[in-house]
Unconditional design. Structure first.
Lengths: 333, 395
């Protein structure tokens, strides 16, 4: 046992080259994925635009310019006050660039809220189910199987359509409505409707994370370090939140990034079909929906919300792809 | 295997049951319903009128009774055994609710013996479990939902079968080629294109096709005279039209007209499937090509073509087939968006119209049918998986 002090001394020997932390390794591998980096750039630009929407938008969100020459008007149309509409005006004479910025705010907010809440929800449920086992595990697994075996799109459509038609008011504490209304940069009345949509998307969206985390927890709970933790007297809660969940977080991160793209598409699809975000709240989906009815005379209209929508979904997917490559230890070079 | 099948069938029943309860509660217990609109229209409505309207929509019955009547068409009245009525005096609903002054509760109960007169067998006689979805209320009022669905079924099947076949024909060679020539220029451009294709929203694809082949086709024809103008929607034209200089006066209703109308929706559906499937096949092919038995086959001196087609492809197709089988029921659901964009008169479009116009019998029937199809296809996929891959055993 005389050698027991040795390993401490070994660590102090300077290594050749610079030492890399786990994070740096992952980061450098992520940076090698050029399309993912481009994706990050696109998302950052969209995010800044969305965040600063109330400050950089040239017009108020719902300002209707009745006196504008043509409605819808092409990019570069002059407003009656002599200002330029960068991307033109829609059928009511509202500035499209302004609505695009606010729409980015709405679409991205919905995506981030839904993904963050449903991943947290899914991770906690999945980890508990996998770690505890027993009736709770059976219940969660069956519930996930049930939700995965029903056709999602028709169910989403019908639920959203009924709840939005009936003007359902969720009994929510004021701070939730306030927070969402700040996120959307729109009045609480509109935020309330969007929350209904968010809740529906969360209810169907947590299953992926739960299934992933349950699988991770099942393999992790039989490993030696968990045994060791038990031996030193760590509580179940501590083992779960400090050790199991952090260890299984890598695939969740990838799942969340791909999930962002999925939710942006889901929200856009619902809004496009008229059961998602409702006018006058702008979202890229409902902008496309109105664009569709005018596109025969004004072919540029669907491109205004369509191009950013595609850029964002493709970027989120590329980021997810890059993260997967960066976090997968099997590809370590 | 038998035990597994029995367990799966049991699970299927529970899923279908669960969906039916979910749907029922959504339509019946959720706020709103037929009375809300009525109350908003005319505020002064007597309790008797209210009760009559409630009874018309079976809202006077308690919800468990309503649910079983809706699901299996039972109870239609008291149980009759040898001409003797049983349970005739069981209250199954409340026709007229008592006012708070009268002490609340119910002023006039509906008893099981009164059900046959109050609610005769018209709306739904057999229950949705046996395929009786009742009549349509708005879209084509009075017509049985089942007939409506059946009349739209063919259009959806036509669209889906053609694009499924096309997608398979395109995706399989693409996936194989890309995997065999991994990291080649073709592989890079193909994987990037497929990646972008599978991450774009379907409806935007549809809009872009309409833009390029219908709206801007005139301008494009100024540059390239051969560029075709395709019809943007529906299944048949109303009057003769010109496609391009090389194809003029297409007669409405002719096979050529039908083919031209199919082109755009089929292209959209095919591209989406090809993008997803070829990527999947590429990765499963890459996995197989690393296996020892492929190296053995090469070591034996087999021709590369045989190694790929006989040894690698057959194994790579195993997971691919299950993915494709799982996709089949999603076709009915997934076509909602494409059919809406192209005004294609299929089942998905019918569902969407029904939703917009609050014809819930049709919407329910659609969901019910797609759920059953999905569950059955999932089971079929799993069974197929064990049939084509003997390494997989279910217990």
């Amino acid at each position: 046992m005389t050698a027991s002090a040795e390993p401490i001394a070994i660590r102090k020997i300077p290594r050749e080259g610079k030492e890399e932390s786990q994070f740096q390794i992952v980061l450098s591998r992520f940076l090698r994925h050029r399309l993912a980096v481009a994706g990050v750039a696109v998302i950052v630009i969209m995010f800044v635009g969305a965040l600063l929407a109330p400050y950089i938008a040239p017009f108020p969100r719902d300002a209707v310019d009745v006196a504008v020459a043509t409605r819808p008007g092409p990019p570069g149309t002059m407003s009656s006050a002599g200002q330029v509409h960068l991307l033109g005006v829609d059928h009511l004479g509202r500035d499209l660039f302004t609505r695009l910025l606010y729409g980015a705010r709405v679409s991205l907010s919905i995506a981030f809220i839904v993904v963050i809440v449903s991943e947290v929800f899914g991770v906690i449920l999945g980890a508990t189910a996998g770690f505890m086992g027993g009736w709770f595990d059976i219940f969660i697994s069956r519930l996930v199987e049930f939700l995965l075996s029903i056709p999602t799109l028709p169910i989403l459509l019908i639920t959203a359509s009924i709840l939005i038609k009936t003007e359902a008011q969720l009994p929510l504490p004021a701070f939730v409505t306030g927070f969402v209304s700040w996120m959307l940069a729109s009045p609480p009345q509109e935020a309330n409707k969007v929350i209904v949509l968010i809740v529906i998307l969360i209810l169907l969206g947590w299953t992926g994370a739960a299934r992933l985390m349950r699988g991770m927890a099942l393999t992790l709970r039989n490993q030696d370090f968990v045994e060791a933790l038990r031996a030193v007297g760590a509580s179940n809660t501590r083992i779960m939140f400090r050790h199991i969940i952090p260890n299984g977080l890598a695939p969740i991160l990838v799942n969340a990034s791909l999930g962002l793209a999925g939710i942006v598409i889901a929200e856009a699809t619902l809004s496009f079909l008229g059961v998602g975000v409702q006018e006058p709240t702008p979202s890229w989906g409902n902008m496309l929906s109105t664009a569709q009815s005018y596109m025969f005379q004004h072919p540029w209209l669907p491109l205004v919300p369509g191009i950013p929508l595609c850029l964002v979904t493709i970027s989120f997917n590329f980021i997810g792809d890059g993260l997967r490559d960066a976090l997968d230890p099997r590809l370590k070079r | 295997m038998t035990a597994y099948l029995i367990r799966r069938l049991f699970q299927m029943t529970i899923v279908i049951f669960g969906v039916s309860i979910f749907m029922f509660s959504l339509f019946n217990i959720a706020p709103g319903g037929p009375l809300t609109g009525l109350q908003q229209q005319q505020r002064r409505i007597t309790p008797e009128e209210r009760a009559r309207i409630r009874a018309q929509y079976e809202l006077d019955l308690y919800w468990p009774v309503r649910y079983t009547r809706w699901l299996v068409g039972w109870p239609q009245g008291p149980l009759v055994i040898n001409g003797q009525e049983f349970f005739a005096n069981v209250p199954v609903g409340c026709y007229l609710e008592a006012t708070p002054e009268q002490g609340g509760g119910c002023a006039d109960y509906v008893y099981l013996s009164e059900v046959p007169q109050l609610h005769p067998k018209v709306r739904s006689s057999r229950g949705i479990l046996f395929g009786d979805f009742g009549p349509s209320t708005v879209v084509q009022a009075g017509q049985p939902v089942w007939d409506l669905l059946a009349s739209r079924l063919w259009a959806t099947v036509e669209l889906q079968v053609i694009s499924l076949a096309l997608a398979l024909i395109i995706a399989i060679p693409l996936g194989i080629y890309s995997a065999v020539h991994q990291y080649s220029k073709f592989d890079y451009s193909f994987t990037t294109a497929a990646f972008i294709g599978s991450s774009m929203p379907t409806f935007f694809f549809g809009l872009m096709f309409i833009l390029v082949f219908t709206i801007l086709a005139g301008q494009i024809q100024d540059m390239w005279a051969w560029w075709p103008t395709l019809p943007p929607g529906l299944r048949e034209a109303v009057r003769p039209y010109d496609v391009a200089s090389w194809l003029t006066s297409v007669q409405p209703g002719s096979p050529l007209d039908r083919f031209l109308h199919l082109l755009m929706p089929v292209m959209v559906l095919t591209i989406v499937s090809v993008a997803a499937w070829s990527r999947f096949l590429r990765s499963s092919m890459l996995e197989v090509l690393r296996q020892d038995y492929v190296r053995t086959a090469r070591a034996k001196g087999l021709v590369e073509r045989l190694v790929i087609n006989k040894h690698a492809l057959r194994n790579a197709l195993i997971p691919f087939i299950t993915i494709v089988v799982l996709q089949i029921p999603l076709f009915f659901a997934g076509a909602i968006v494409t059919e809406t964009v192209f005004a294609w008169p299929g089942m998905g479009r019918l569902f969407f119209d029904a939703l917009n116009r609050s014809d819930y019998n049709i919407a329910l029937a659609f969901i019910y049918v797609t759920t059953i199809l999905t569950v059955v296809a999932t089971l079929l996929g799993d069974i197929l998986y064990s049939v084509i891959d003997p390494r997989i055993r279910y217990s």
